[in-house]
Structure formats: structure tokens, C-alpha cells
Design a protein around this ligand. Structure first.
Ligand code: GS8
Length: 226
């Protein structure tokens, strides 16, 4: 669809926005990027996502699509002629990929916030942080158990689950630094998988630098402390 107008509205540190960037890059779909300040939301964002008022939003020929996993599925269906396909053709495998992407959304991000949200890094580990760390490791170990003998969850190419999970790799450094633990020691297969994903240009050019992600959290915590 050569005359398509594709706009991604996002906020630079967002792992959810990063998913959409990777998906568009993987399929080679040209798009315009619009940065949104989520601390001072524009009337445009409120108009295109009046329900959740969150980024990312993909605006395709003027029509907004919200919620990152929903956007990934929309991209896969709309540009079904472009490879790779993010969802497997087998219904059970498709259900499983959706199930795990949903599990990541419900568990990983919220648990991880307990490790760093409003925490001073020079404090000893509090109970909430230890809980957050244990929950994060539980999720990662469960997901790690699903890695088969292929390089990616999607098989030989990136699939829905790969794209949903890989943006959080940029946050590992933050979680490890605040939580004083090593994900590589606990979940070596997840880290090996992430390194394979990073060999993909779509991932390498979309993923946030881990140090920038960490500095962003430090700034956010300063704002929260005010
Ligand atoms: C989550 C998006 C989200 O949390 C998705 O798209 O998958 N389930 C959604 N977006 C955040 C920025 S990233 O942390 C956001 O827009 N927050 C604004 C707010 O909460 O007001």
C-alpha cells in the first residue's frame, strides 16, 4: 500500500512504543514518528486515545489503533503480504503467543516497577523491592521455559512474543542495579535470546540504550520525590 500514511505516536523511553517501532521496521513499513510528552499530554493524544490516554498509538490513514499488542496484530494483519508474519498460522501456537504476551503485560512491567519506583538507589533493599525482583524472575523463568530449539519464540524469525518482550531487555540494567541481582545468572537463556534479537537491525535500531533507560528512571524518581 504505497500511499499509506502511517504515524507512530509515542514517548522515547516507552517499551510499548518500542514494540511498534520494531514491528514496523521488521516489515519495512515507512512511517512518521511523533513524540508525545506524556507528562503534559497533547489534545491530539486525547483525541486519538480518549479511553486510556496512553501512548503508543498507531494512526493509519487517519484511523487510530491503540494498545501495543493490539497494534502489533493490526500491523501483521494489514500488511499480511510482508514478511515476517508475527503470528503463527497454527491456532494453538497463536493462542499460546497471545497468552504469553498478555502474561508479560500483566505481570512483568508492574512487578518491575516495584524494584525502582520511587526508590533511592543507595538505600538497602526493601521488602517491596525483593518482592518485585522475585516476581520479575518468576515471569522471566516461566517465559524462558518456552524457548525451544529455534533462535526466537517465533521460530526462525521474530514473532509476537519476541517483539512484545525484547524492549524490556533495555530495562534489565535498571532492574539489576536497583535490585542488586544478575538476570544473566538467573535466566541465562533469556539473555542469550535477547542477544540474538539484537543482531536484528530492526531491534538494534529501536531498542533504548540501557544507560539512557536507567538515567530516565533516576530523573523520574527525582520528580516523584518532589
Ligand atoms: C501500556 C501503554 C503505557 O503504559 C500498551 O500500549 O501496551 N497497555 C498499554 N503507556 C504509558 C507510557 S510507557 O510507560 C503511558 O502512556 N502513560 C501515560 C499515563 O499513564 O497517563
Amino acid at each position: 500500500m504505497p500511499n499509506d500514511e502511517v504515524v507512530l505516536v509515542s514517548f522515547w523511553p516507552s517499551p510499548f512504543g518500542c514494540r511498534v517501532k520494531i514491528a514496523l521496521e521488521e516489515k519495512g513499513i515507512p512511517y512518521e514518528y511523533k513524540e508525545e510528552d506524556i507528562l503534559n499530554k497533547s489534545p491530539y493524544l486525547l483525541a486519538i486515545n480518549p479511553v486510556h490516554k496512553k501512548i503508543p498509538v498507531l494512526v493509519h490513514n487517519g484511523k487510530p489503533v491503540c494498545e501495543s499488542v493490539n497494534i502489533l496484530e493490526y500491523i501483521d494483519e494489514t500488511w499480511s503480504d510482508l514478511s515476517p508474519r508475527f503470528l503463527p498460522s497454527d491456532p494453538h501456537q497463536r493462542a499460546q503467543a497471545r497468552f504469553l504476551a498478555d502474561f508479560i503485560d500483566k505481570q512483568l512491567y508492574n512487578s518491575s516497577k516495584k524494584i525502582y519506583w520511587g526508590i533511592r538507589e543507595d538505600q538497602g533493599l526493601g521488602e517491596e523491592q525483593v518482592n518485585g525482583k522475585n516476581e520479575v524472575l518468576r515471569v522471566l523463568k516461566l517465559v524462558e521455559g518456552q524457548i525451544g530449539d529455534k533462535p526466537f519464540f517465533g521460530g526462525d524469525h521474530l514473532g509476537l512474543l519476541d517483539i512484545a518482550l525484547i524492549p524490556f531487555y533495555s530495562r534489565f540494567y535498571t532492574w539489576e542495579t536497583f535490585g542488586k541481582f544478575s538476570i544473566e545468572e538467573e535466566c541465562p537463556r533469556i539473555v542469550a535470546w535477547a542477544k540474538r534479537c539484537l543482531q536484528k537491525e530492526s531491534v538494534a535500531k529501536s531498542l533504548l540504550d540501557p544507560i539512557k533507560a536507567y538515567e530516565f528512571i533516576l530523573e523520574l524518581n527525582k520528580l516523584l520525590a518532589k
